[in-house]
Each structure stands twice: as C-alpha cells, then as structure tokens.
Design a protein around this ligand. Structure first.
Ligand SMILES: [Zn+2]
Ligand SMILES: [Zn+2]
Length: 384
C-alpha cells in the first residue's frame, strides 16, 4: 500500500510499504477514509526525528472502514465506519478503569523511554516515535488498530466524514481542556491557541456552561474562525496586553479557567533539539495563562510538546493558589459522547478541515499546514 513515511533526508515522502496485518486477536484493520495533519508531527518534517526509522508511517487523527476483524473483537464488523482514538490504550489496566486511558500502562509497546523520562509509561499513539509504541500511522491506505473494542467507535450515519474525523483527536483534546479545567456554569474561560484543539476547547467550555469564552492567538484568520464558528470573543496577542484585556472581560479578576492549547512548534519558538532533548523553554502561553488566571483558578496545559522546562512560575502558582493540570486526550472515554453531540449538531467540526489532498500529495499538505497557518488549520488526506 501507499503511505506517508518518514525519511532520513527530506522528512516526509509517500512510499510503498507492506500492507498491515492482524497481529493480535483484538486488532482490526481499517481502510482509511480521512487522516488529518497535527502540529505534533511538524518537527518530523525536518528529517531529524529521534525514535523514527526511515519508512515509519505518520499520522494519528483518522477514520475509515473496518475491513478485517481479529478473532476476539466483539464490537466491530467488516464494513463498519469507525473513528479511531489517536492514542492507544488497553481498556483493562488500573488507569484505563479509572477513566484515564491516556495514562494506560499497556498502550505502548516500548514503555522504557517514557518510564525513564516521566517516571511512568503512558498510552501509545499512532504514527509517533518508538517511545509512543511504534504503531504505524494513519496517513496510509490501511492501518492496524490494536485494542479495537476500546479505541474504535462506530460513526452515526448522520455524521459526515469531515465532522467525525475530529472525534479522533482534536475534539477529545479540546474536551479534556474544559473538563480538566472543571469549567462550571458562569465561568470565564480563556483558551490560548485558535487551532483545532483550541477552538474545540472553547466549544467544550460553552457546552459545559461557561458564561464567557475568550480565545487568544496571533493569527487573525484563526481568530475570525473562533468568532464565527465557536462564538468566542478573541484577543489578537500581537497587539494587545493579553492579561489586561482578560481582566477587563472577567470583572477585574482574571479568567476562572485558562487552557493552553497552542500546540506544535509553529505556535512557539522551540527548536527540534529543544523538543527532543527536553531543553524546551516554557512556552509563553503557559506563562501568560498562569499570570492571567484569577487567584484560586484552574490552569490546564494541553501542549504535549512541553517537556522539561526551566523558569516555571512556581511562586505565582503558590501565591495565587492555582490548580495546574495537564493531560492528553482520553478519547476512549469521550468519543461516544462527542459523536452523540456531533449527531445532534451541538459540535460542528468539518470547517476545521480547511484543505483536502489525495494521499499522494500529503507532503505538500504538511508544507501548507506548516507554512501557512493563517489559512490551513488542518490538511486532510484522502487515500482512496
Ligand atoms: Zn494530534
Ligand atoms: Zn490500560
């Protein structure tokens, strides 16, 4: 089959790779209908990506049709249209049973790296380096889905492909931002980042009862989208005193909940070396969120690119009695609810698929996504 692979020279290229096969009784094989770019993949374009080998297939946000079913799979049949959670979790370990599937003990086939770095193994992810499990990604004609009863979900007939696609990763990530921030009716919620995850965090905040939702970004076109599609108020950080403006919008106190959803290296000035050696500087958005948040408020950090950073404003967290939480999406828990909301038209996401490319032009799609964030929120690949 054809797939977008990582290469040692240019970074990305569509190559011929072996078809995936069932390896475990809980696997299914999915024929991919849609697969989307993500900021987390951008560093891979450079041709230097520790943990990736030439020929590894990229991509993790996707949906498609089940074409093969392992012997132990109970919830899927050949022909089902399914959306697949971007992260891989077992559904059976202690963390999965606590509703924390992105903290799964068994989701990665190579837990040693994450144990060494973070103290514990965490869930795997499609199309990422070995430390995330080494699962082949979704920018391909077909993909093997492990733990299919846990991570793949049938899409309601009324929900189109471009809408359901975002239930794979962006929508559960956004939902987690609002959930981890414990958004309550009456809250003022500020979200840093008007990409797909930030916009969907803003939408989730509305659905959880927020009274005001404000999105902060430096791309006017994305801010316009946040106003038009999410009904958020917006602040253009290029020419604003963000903290002062947020204070004005929140009765002089500062937002109750601040969600950092900037993601990807395009949003912040981090080099590839920073990203993979753990020498990252604290993204400005995290600092700003901590600074702007009202006393006793909640700060949520969603950007997985944040590794070990210095100059974290610990004193501010102490003096302002802040709760700071992080998290990667728990799609295994949230996707059915998100698909329901999509079917009821409460959650519209198709507008985020700003560009479509046949799989053969996927490298071009990534270049557009990287170079023109003003117009391209997500490039979506159609392999068939
Ligand atoms: Zn992603
Ligand atoms: Zn688990």
């Amino acid at each position: 089959m054809r797939a977008l692979c990582w290469t040692t020279d240019s970074g990305l290229a569509v190559r011929q790779v072996p078809d995936p096969e069932l390896r475990n009784d809980h696997d299914v094989i999915v024929r991919v209908r849609r697969s989307a770019t993500c900021g987390a993949d951008l560093p891979l374009l450079t041709g230097q990506a520790p943990g990736l080998a030439a020929g590894d297939v990229l991509g993790h946000e996707f949906l498609g049709d089940v074409v093969e079913v392992g012997a132990a799979v109970r919830r899927h049949r050949i022909g089902d249209r399914v959306v697949v959670c971007a992260s891989v979790a077992c559904g059976a370990c202690w963390y999965c049973r606590q509703g924390l599937p992105s903290c799964c003990d068994n989701g990665s086939t190579d837990p040693s790296t994450s144990e060494a770095e973070w103290g514990h193994p965490v869930a795997g992810c499609f199309g990422q380096p070995r430390a995330a499990g080494g699962f082949a990604g979704s920018h391909a004609e077909y993909v093997r889905v492990p733990y299919a009863d846990v991570g793949a979900f049938p899409v309601p007939e009324s929900v189109g492909d471009d809408r359901a696609l975002f239930a794979s990763d962006s929508a559960p990530a956004g939902w987690l931002g609002a959930e981890a921030g414990e958004v309550r009716p009456g809250d003022v919620v500020a979200v840093w980042g008007a990409g797909a995850v930030g916009q969907l965090a803003a939408r989730a905040a509305w659905l959880l009862g927020a009274e005001r939702v404000v999105v902060v970004d430096r791309h006017p076109a994305r801010l316009l989208m946040a106003r038009q599609h999410v009904d958020a108020e917006t602040i253009d950080r290029r020419n604003a005193d963000v903290t002062a403006q947020l204070r004005e919008l929140s009765g002089g106190r500062g937002p109750d909940v601040c969600v950092e959803a900037v993601g990807g290296p395009a949003g912040e000035h981090r080099s590839l070396a920073d990203r993979f050696t753990g020498r990252a500087r604290l993204p400005e958005a995290v600092r700003e969120a901590v600074h702007a948040c009202r006393k006793g408020g909640r700060v949520v950090v969603l950007n997985g690119g944040v590794r070990h950073v210095d100059a974290f404003p610990a004193g501010t967290v102490v003096r302002k009695a802040l709760a700071v939480r992080g998290g990667r999406q728990h799609g295994q828990r949230h996707i059915p609810m998100l698909l329901d909301r999509m079917a009821r038209d409460e959650l519209r996401t198709e507008y985020l698929a700003t560009h479509h490319f046949p799989l053969d032009r996927a490298a071009e799609g990534y270049a557009l996504f990287r170079d023109r964030p003003q117009e391209c929120v997500r490039a979506v690949f159609t392999p068939h």
